[in-house]
Design a protein around this ligand. Structure first.
Ligand code: AVJ
Length: 343
């Protein structure tokens, strides 16, 4: 096992990284709207909503982890099977020496499939995970280094945009494979998705590639089952947002007075998650010094998950100045993995 430095080297200038070591670059988070402000704004407007990023506190992240293992939630398994089948082709498409940049790396479980494929062709691979959770970065970086002695890890603690700016700023003599997996893009509106992929495209040089995992449009029953599973984990994940308001902002939400709903809107091609009030009620939130009035059946919109047809993936790529070089699906054609190149 290679020596793992403790704590990681913090080198804000992005100097050299040594194999078997990792460094952590902490980037200032951008003007982020706090939880309290977001709740005050989202629950006091006519169409109530809460930003989905607040679903992922510690408990929410644990619940999401369980979601990815559910029978009803097919995307994780489907994407993994595509990666297992095609990681070698992906790896061959990026010239050595390469660096694998992963956006929102999380626990980097699926990434191992890619890392192993890349390492088969080039032992001196560098991995650059970008994530907002330093705990995740730390745990996954250490685990990867323990398993892959020749790997270099340069972790960037940042949101996507800041992380991207950072990799644009850091010099690299390496070909970049930027991986954005798990259909994370689905949380963005189509407009925001295009803007973000355009920004990624601008950071890419000719030989760089973007590997985009995107869930496909499909029948409503399959999609709604995936977001309202039979074990009730997604319901708990959604309701945890109200618990979080209770915990962190002195809220008085009675969780039994709400139910989880997932609905697929075929036109816009998105699943929406809602928390629906079972009764007419008023809920106090102490720290905000306000009371939220809800009608019976009134919904709080908590997350959108956009789905893409193959045509929509091509359109997204073209709009962003990229082209779809390769595209794969799982056996059931539920999910797509797309390799995008500069147009
Ligand atoms: C993490 C955004 C990809 O939309 O499928 C899963 C989140 N929410 N079940 C998705 C989620 C409820 C997930 N993403």
């Amino acid at each position: 096992m290679p020596p793992i430095p403790l704590p990681p080297e913090r080198r804000p200038d992005g100097g050299p990284v040594r194999p078997g070591h990792y460094e952590l670059l902490p980037i200032q988070p951008p003007e982020d709207e706090g939880f309290a402000q977001a709740v005050a704004k989202g629950l006091q407007s006519d169409a109530k909503s809460l930003p989905c990023r607040f679903l992922y506190d510690e408990r929410g992240s644990q619940l999401f982890d369980r979601i990815t293992q559910l029978d009803d939630y097919y995307p994780t398994r489907a994407e993994r099977s595509i990666l297992v089948g095609h990681a070698d082709e992906v790896a061959r498409s990026v010239a050595a020496p390469a660096e694998l940049v992963e956006l929102g790396s999380g626990s980097a479980a699926k990434t191992r499939v890619l890392i192993e494929a890349l390492l088969r062709g080039q032992p001196d691979l560098r991995f650059v995970p970008i994530d907002i959770s330093p705990g995740m970065l730390d745990a996954s970086s250490r685990a990867l280094l323990a398993d892959y002695a020749s790997l270099e890890v340069r972790a960037i603690e940042a949101e996507y945009e800041a992380g991207l700016r950072e990799i644009g700023r850091l010099p690299t003599g390496r070909t970049r494979l930027i991986a954005w997996l798990g259909s994370s893009i689905g949380n963005l509106s189509r407009h925001a998705a295009l803007a973000f992929v355009t920004a990624v495209g601008r950071s890419m040089r000719d030989r760089d590639r973007l590997l985009l995992g995107i869930d496909r449009r499909k029948d409503a029953a399959t999609l709604e089952r995936a977001y309202d599973d039979r074990e009730g984990v997604t319901a708990a994940f959604n309701l945890n947002l109200l618990e979080r308001i209770n915990r962190e902002l002195g809220g008085d939400f009675d969780l039994d007075a709400f139910h989880h709903r997932a609905v697929y809107l075929d036109g816009p091609g998105r699943v929406e998650m809602h928390l629906v009030s079972r009764v007419a009620q008023r809920v106090a939130i102490d720290e905000l010094g306000c009371e939220i009035a809800l009608e019976r059946g009134e919904a709080i919109h908590t997350e959108s998950a956009y789905k893409y047809s193959p045509g929509e993936v091509a359109e997204l790529a073209a709009g962003a100045g990229l082209r779809v070089e390769r595209s794969w699906t799982d056996a059931a054609e539920r999910f797509s993995l797309n390799l995008l190149a500069p147009a």
